[in-house]
Design a protein. Structure first.
Length: 452
């Protein structure tokens, strides 16, 4: 009989000799293919680490194969929901903006790039078949970010790889797409809610793990927190520094009950105080320019003013082309030729979104965010009905982390152009899957109550 690709058998004696490995590791080849794609998508080894990989088109070849496997053995019914519908609508708005772009020839690279992100949203939705898979996917996301930051800091301290601007040395990533100082800081800030989720749920997640893995998980989470905070400081990104402060505020507000809020407040204050004390003087000066532009170099003030001008440029484009904007990928060219003569991006989400995709893109993108929030609220409501179900509680915690990451993305959108980042759709997939699993578990709880 032909074996199902998503259900690989584990020898019975393996679990006896080596612990419950069949419980720990998802037994799905499509799932592990998606995990490997997550790794290469974040690290993007063909851009800096191994440029020769560009000649063989590793991402494209592997991505096509992964999609085929997901279609053949994945759960296609998982795509039948509101979240997928609005994601497809937004992708269509991107295509429409490219078709009616001022210069369509330079729009299609952005369309193709976003198509790969949408395709991976489909893959995630199809290959993650259980809450266990979903939690493991989040673990590998943080694990990949940890490897990324470790290599970035190694290059910074050992090989002197950095960017020097605004009068300071700045940490950069090990790839080019999201490796700029501000973009790298944004990637780190957005990952922090997932780290908190794993920290809060660590005992439940590792309850069936062998002792060695269980003992290593907590130090790993602490190590990532140190990597993340130190990397944000090293990027000298003011938006990243503000982002981590805002993250602490969100974490404090998420505490349930007065005692927990007090504990979170004190913990957050201690963390921020320690960070401020260990932060080098030049990094403190960089942060102070947020509130006192005169305290730093003139370039810092110009950078802040540039974001305001970028927003105005985006609004001018939307006023000229209200429905579809100037087209994705056209912002710099149109701005330089027809707005203010500046060859720069908007450096803010609103200007980028409305300037490039118009009101159509703006409305549909807002729907994507609204559905994510609705999914989070529904999962939370289900979990409150069954507080004894630990998995439902964890799913609710994951959607809370996704909501916080969404808020952080919007906050970072005041300082950077992050419209086409992968994080939006990964969060959409996480909350959509969490709702699907929560509904399934709630229906089983109801059946159990009826039978009792």
């Amino acid at each position: 009989m032909k074996k199902n690709l998503t259900s690989i058998e584990v020898p019975a004696d393996r679990s006896v000799k080596n612990g419950p490995m069949h419980v720990i590791w998802p037994r799905s080849i499509p799932f592990w293919m998606a995990v490997f794609y997550l790794i290469i998508f974040i690290i993007r080894p063909w851009e800096q680490l191994f440029p020769w990989l560009q000649t063989i088109r590793l991402e494209k070849i592997y991505g096509i194969f992964m999609i085929i496997v997901a279609i053949l053995w994945g759960n296609k019914y998982a795509l039948a929901n509101r979240q997928t519908f609005v994601v497809v609508l937004f992708f269509l708005s991107i295509i429409i903006s490219a078709v009616f772009a001022v210069n369509p020839s330079i729009a299609w690279d952005s369309v193709y790039f976003y198509m790969t992100i949408v395709a991976f949203y489909f893959v995630i939705s199809m290959v993650i078949r259980s809450p266990h898979d979903l939690f493991f996917f989040v673990i590998f996301y943080i694990l990949t970010m940890a490897a990324y930051l470790t290599k970035s800091q190694w290059e910074f301290f050992v090989h002197g790889q950095h960017r020097y601007d605004m009068g300071v040395y700045r940490l950069i990533g090990i790839e080019s797409t999201f490796g700029g100082p501000n973009s790298l800081a944004m990637s780190i800030v957005v990952s922090l809610p997932m780290l908190v989720f794993l920290w809060v749920s660590r005992k439940k997640i590792t309850s069936d793990w062998p002792q060695l893995w269980k003992r290593l998980f907590t130090p790993f989470l602490l190590l990532y927190f140190m990597l993340a905070t130190s990397s944000i400081v090293l990027t000298n990104s003011r938006s990243g520094m503000l982002g981590i402060v805002f993250f602490v505020v969100l974490t404090v507000l998420s505490g349930k009950g007065f005692f927990r809020k007090v504990v979170y407040t004190l913990s957050g204050a201690i963390v921020l105080s320690i960070l401020w004390q260990v932060m080098p003087y030049e990094h403190k000066g960089r942060f102070q320019t947020i509130f006192d532009p005169e305290s730093g170099p003139k370039s810092a003030h110009v950078s802040a003013e540039g974001r305001i001008e970028g927003f105005k440029a985006g609004m001018a484009m939307c006023h000229k082309f209200p429905l579809t904007g100037v087209g994705v990928g056209n912002f710099i060219e149109y701005r330089a030729s027809h707005v203010d003569g500046v060859s720069l991006e908007a450096h803010n989400l609103a200007g980028e979104l409305l300037g490039q995709t118009g009101l159509v893109g703006g409305i549909v993108f807002s729907l994507v965010l609204v559905v994510i929030i609705i999914n989070r609220l529904k999962v939370s409501a289900i979990a409150r009905r069954y507080p004894a179900n630990e998995t439902l509680v964890m799913l609710s915690g994951l959607t809370r982390a996704s909501w916080q990451a969404l808020v952080l993305l919007l906050f970072e959108g005041f300082f950077g152009h992050n419209l086409l980042r992968y994080n939006w759709l990964w969060l959409a997939a996480f909350t959509s899957l969490a709702l699907q699993f929560a509904k399934d578990m709630a229906s089983k709880e109801v059946l159990t109550d009826v039978h009792c």
